[in-house]
Design a protein around this ligand. Structure first.
Ligand code: G3H
Ligand code: 13P
Ligand code: ZN
Length: 308
């Protein structure tokens, strides 16, 4: 079916307390993994492009590939801009056919973040009712040696979130609750402020988004290291964290690092095991299948499986 406006997918997820996975891509294979997983799991899916991915693959190529592939399946697919930095990014993606955009003004002072998000909302809503995700608070792990005041200054403030939403008109809000991007999220224990999610949800009642939500699967890291890689001290979210976050009001979970780790692990092993092989499909095909299986597992964990 044609690409779907993300806001439409959110209605049911928000009502029924499940989350839709956002899976980042920048090539054919990752996109196939996500869409095939969605079709097999009868799950809605969000595929996302960062500005780096757009630069890598070319916006027209990536959008037409996504449209063409989404048209061939029954599962609903939304195409989302991940971490847009300014109005040029937002306009470029809305004009190119994305069905959702993120404007990330989280590093700006509150008033500037509101003003930037407001502009993005006005543009996106008046061009086909495209959904807008904003971010408030700063992502980052909650370290043991950070005191309560320092921690609160970084994480999303519920009262500020109410004002931010009222004045910006954003459709969904990414909250800072202790997660961070990449493979090194926690030094010690896995710390996420789940209560904060619930407080914000009770006040806003809009879809909330968890960034930096990869699990950093130990088996992938082990395989990477076994076959010549060097990834040390990597740590991500455990499976219970998803359930806890979703129960408290998260409706979109962003996953990129886990896909990259799985892909790298499979490729490293295959290159080692098949020294005489040089057909790229013999490497990329199995890596694509492994990423698809991983996405299917995530869809079950997030509760989106069967919701298409
Ligand atoms: O949040 C960041 C995403 O993982 C995208 O990363 O900018 O390397 O494409 P990227
Ligand atoms: P991970 O690095 O944990 O996969 O997070 C990705 C993300 O938040 C993209 O916006
Ligand atoms: Zn992110």
């Amino acid at each position: 079916m044609p690409l779907e406006i993300l806001g439409k997918m959110y209605e049911k997820a928000n009502r029924e307390y499940y989350a839709i996975g956002q899976f980042n891509f920048s090539n054919l294979e990752f996109l196939q993994s996500a869409l095939d997983a969605a079709e097999e799991m009868k799950s809605p899916v969000i595929v996302a492009l960062s500005t780096g991915a757009i630069k890598y693959g070319g916006i027209k190529n990536l959008v037409s590939m996504t449209r063409t592939m989404a048209d061939q399946i029954k599962a609903p697919v939304a195409l989302h801009l991940d971490h847009g930095a300014n109005m040029d990014d937002v306009k470029m993606c809305v004009d190119a056919g994305f069905t959702s955009v993120m404007i990330d003004g989280s590093h700006h002072p509150l008033q500037e973040n509101i003003a930037l998000t407001r502009q993005a909302v006005e543009y996106a809503h008046s061009h086909g009712g495209i959904t807008v995700e904003a971010e408030l608070g700063r992502l980052g792990g909650i370290e043991d040696d950070v005191n309560v005041d320092e921690r609160d200054a970084r994480l999303t403030d519920p009262a500020e979130a109410v004002r931010f939403h009222a004045e910006s008109g954003c459709d969904a809000l990414a909250v800072a609750v202790g997660t961070s991007h990449g493979a090194y999220k926690f030094k010690g224990e896995n710390k996420i402020d789940f209560d904060r999610i619930k407080v914000i949800k009770d006040k806003l009642r809009i879809p909330l988004v968890l960034h930096g939500a990869s699990s950093v699967d130990a088996d992938s890291v082990k395989m990477i290291n076994q076959y010549g890689g060097k990834i040390e001290g990597a740590k991500g979210l455990d499976a219970e964290s998803y359930a806890h976050a979703i129960k408290n009001g998260i409706n979109k979970v962003n996953i990129d690092t886990d896909l990259r780790l799985k892909w790298t692990a499979v490729l490293r092993k295959l290159m080692h095991d098949k020294p005489g092989e040089f057909d790229p499909r013999k490497f990329l095909g199995p890596a694509r299948d492994a990423v698809k299986e991983l996405i299917k597992q995530k869809m079950k964990l997030l509760g989106s499986a069967g919701k298409a």
